[in-house]
Ligand binder design. Structure first.
Ligand code: ZN
Length: 172
């Protein structure tokens, strides 16, 4: 495993953050290595999710670890089967360190996705996990959360007191 460089807004390679990622058709060792590297990079950055475009790879894969007891997930070629509810909360992004903005997301999502072997699964998620899935899926479509932010972006120190502990873990 190896750490990958996270593309940040303003970097020379930041077009990857604004580009459509391609469907994955080959489930080989190279993909497994990418997933392992992304998991290591996500944890090193204290993030709960990381999408391949954030490490400069325009492929439809993201990793997440929202609920530590559930461990890491590798989500490939995700599709939404269902979405409902509404939830407005702050979120952050490893590609824009230290900045947070309020984004409206669905409170519940159901997705279909493939794992590293190409096998198909379905997953339901609510709350922060649902938010993370939507944030990461947006990265696969070249959309940054800042394009959906309601109101101003704020720095971590400006977050409403009492929320900051919760928020600081939400970079994805
Ligand atoms: Zn992000």
């Amino acid at each position: 495993m190896a750490l990958r460089n996270i593309v940040k807004i303003g970097d020379a390679g930041d077009f990857a953050l604004h580009s459509q990622a391609r469907e994955i058709k080959r489930f080989d060792d190279r993909l497994k290595t990418l997933a392992e590297d992304m998991i290591e990079t996500m944890h090193k950055g204290n993030g709960i999710g990381l999408a391949a475009p954030q490490v400069g790879i325009l492929k439809r894969i993201f990793v997440m670890n929202v609920i530590p007891e559930e461990g890491n997930f590798v989500i490939i070629n995700p599709e939404f089967l269902d979405k409902s509810g509404e939830n407005i909360d702050y979120e952050g992004c490893l590609s824009l360190p230290g900045m947070y903005g309020k984004v409206k997301r669905s409170d519940y999502v159901k997705i279909r996705y493939q794992d590293l072997n190409g096998d198909t699964h379905e997953m339901e998620a609510t709350d922060l996990k649902a938010r993370c899935i939507q944030h990461e899926n947006d990265h696969l479509d070249g959309i940054m959360f800042t394009e959906k932010t309601i109101g101003k972006l704020v720095q971590e120190s400006q977050l409403i007191e009492g929320n900051s502990d919760e928020i600081s873990d939400e970079d994805s």
